[in-house]
Design a protein around this ligand. Structure first.
Ligand code: FAD
Length: 515
């Protein structure tokens, strides 16, 4: 793929200096993959397609976090929540419904059916491609040898010419907020609740916190979001997060920014918990600003702790492979996903960067092809990301503020969904009067070259339109290229064409004052 005008993003990546290690004369397999999530299973399948003999070791469930406890289960429930909301609002479009109820057990069964179908599909693909799957926990004995402890305690040793570490990440625990898995929950449990809680306090308003907040708010839960930082999603531009904050308010979600949980008392499984929350803005202010009202109590039937994730490296015995993790615990790699030991690659969440399933699977392809001697590409420079909150948010490349910080002369083109015919037909977050449609797309361009540097968008179904700009950036497209491309009508993606025109104040469906 073409390198885009945002190659400065690559500057921070580790270049690495891998060391060659001599292994035994013959191996049990060409490649051992540790971890069967989207990174690991993708790597295993691609290596097998390229004629490699492959062993995949998974200690818990094929599909990893993504298929079993992350992307898929959360998106299934979010979709169900949207469907419920749509049915409740059906009278607005002239459909009369009555007695709409939530059967949470059935919703969970439906979600589990999707998870089963996908994980079974991956197992079949692994088998059809001739990948040997071992159930157990793997750790290094040497750079080319791994010990695998099966669930019955039995130990196996397997050697391989190359290995790929794809062990993913786990939630960070807060010492003063331990999970009891009944009232104080992690994301796995909150996605498996068998009833709709009356109230839910979410500690951490990152991607997972926001998605779960808007999901349960739709199902009727009183949701409180508690976030230590003074703003939501710092990677995004303010015009996007402003709309998000407004939409959260309209959904009745209480948002506490600059707030940190000091303590938690679980009253009982039915009565829930009591959180003591300190307003850090007030507490860190001047002596004058410190006052008693800086601490509040929040009662909730359930508490979700989602304050970030840490890499799974502890069980790997990395030192036996002459490896170590960095200060944050992640395994560093070069552009080819090769670690400091040349025969070992690392991919996905365990390497840090954006913790996203599509990043893990793309890295799986790169590492597998590299190990098989058939590399097509190195680490890509743009990684799209989507937040499946209501409204959805999607972004790729540089934000306006990041582009300016890199020294670009930035030109921006924006287009509101209120002026897009297709958007008006979709269920959207509306203001209290039920009038205003939330949503916009924003294109960030380099004023000198007209190249597209990045894009951010917010609104219904924007998850489906971000790939156009990802491709545009990969192909080094300009705003003109986008403006000159005919977009089908009526579609949300027409908004990109209008935003590209808006860079030069030429969009048709918004008024620009005469230059
Ligand atoms: P994982 O999926 O974590 O897989 C790692 C696997 O390795 C696990 O199965 C684990 O059991 C296994 N393992 C670990 N150690 C060992 C060992 N020593 N031996 C053997 N096996 C081992 N991302 C998105 O892109 N889109 C989304 O919408 C999205 N939603 C999410 C929602 C939630 C609630 C969560 C928690 C995450 C979400 N993510 C999403 C993130 C996404 O799930 C991860 O980025 C992705 O799963 C990472 O893939 P991976 O292959 O690196 O690791």
């Amino acid at each position: 793929m073409a390198n885009s005008g945002i190659s400065k993003e690559l500057d921070g990546l580790a270049s690495g200096n891998p060391t060659e290690q001599t292994g035994p004369a013959s191996y049990d397999a060409d490649l051992i993959v540790i971890g069967g999530g989207p990174g690991g299973y993708t790597a295993a399948i691609r290596a097998a397609q390229l004629g490699q003999s492959v062993i995949l070791v998974e200690k818990e469930a094929i599909g990893g976090v993504c298929l079993n406890w992350g992307c898929i289960p959360s998106k299934a429930l979010i979709q169900a929540g949207k469907q419920y909301e749509k049915m409740c609002q059906a009278s607005q479009v002239g459909i009369v419904t009555a007695d709409i109820q939530i059967d949470m057990k059935q919703m969970q069964a439906w979600k589990n059916g999707i998870v089963d179908r996908l994980t079974q599909g991956v197992k079949q693909l692994l088998s059809a491609n001739g990948v040997t799957v071992l159930s157990g926990e793997a750790c290094f004995q040497s750079p080319h040898s791994l010990e695998i402890t099966e669930s019955n305690g039995q130990k196996l040793t397997r050697t391989a010419k190359h290995s790929i570490i794809a062990t993913g990440s786990s939630p960070i625990a807060l010492p003063h907020l331990p999970l009891d898995h009944q009232v104080v929950l992690g994301s796995r449990e909150v996605l498996s609740l068998q009833h709709v809680p009356q109230s839910l306090a979410i500690v951490g308003a990152g991607v997972i916190g926001l998605e779960i907040a808007t999901l349960y708010a739709k199902l009727g839960t009183q949701v409180t979001l508690i976030e230590q930082q003074d703003r939501l999603l710092p990677a995004l531009d303010d015009d996007i997060t402003r709309l998000l904050k407004k939409a959260l308010k309209h959904q009745g979600i209480a948002l506490h920014l600059s707030s940190s949980v000091q303590g938690c008392t679980v009253v009982s499984p039915d009565a829930g918990a009591q959180l003591t929350v300190a307003d850090t803005a007030k507490n860190t202010g001047s002596a004058k600003g410190r006052n008693k009202s800086a601490t509040t109590t929040i009662n909730a039937e359930k508490v979700l702790v989602c304050v970030g994730r840490k890499p799974n490296t502890e069980a790997l015995n990395l030192s036996a492979a002459n490896l170590s993790s960095n200060a944050a615990g992640f395994i560093e790699t070069n552009h080819w996903l090769q670690t400091a030991t040349a025969s070992i690659y690392a991919i996905g969440d365990v390497t840090g960067g954006p913790l996203l399933a599509h990043k893990a699977s793309r890295e799986g392809l790169i590492a597998a092809e590299q190990a098989a001697g058939k590399a097509r590409t190195a680490k890509t420079c743009v990684m799209p990301a989507v937040i499946f909150s209501d409204p959805e948010i999607a972004f790729v490349g540089l934000s306006e503020k990041a582009a300016k910080a890199y020294g670009y002369a930035v030109k921006v083109g924006k287009f509101p969904f209120a002026a897009n015919g297709r958007a008006l037909t979709l269920p959207m977050s509306k203001d209290t009067a039920g009038k205003e449609h939330t949503g916009m797309v924003k294109l960030i361009t380099d004023a000198k070259s007209n190249a597209i540097l990045g894009a951010q968008c917010i609104g219904a179904d924007v998850s489906e339109i971000i790939s156009e700009i990802t491709l545009a950036i990969e192909m080094s497209a300009t705003a003109d290229d986008l403006a000159l491309t005919v977009h089908a009508h009526p579609t949300l993606s027409e908004s990109w064409m209008e935003a590209a025109e808006a860079v030069e104040n030429n969009a048709i469906h918004i008024f620009h004052a005469k230059k």
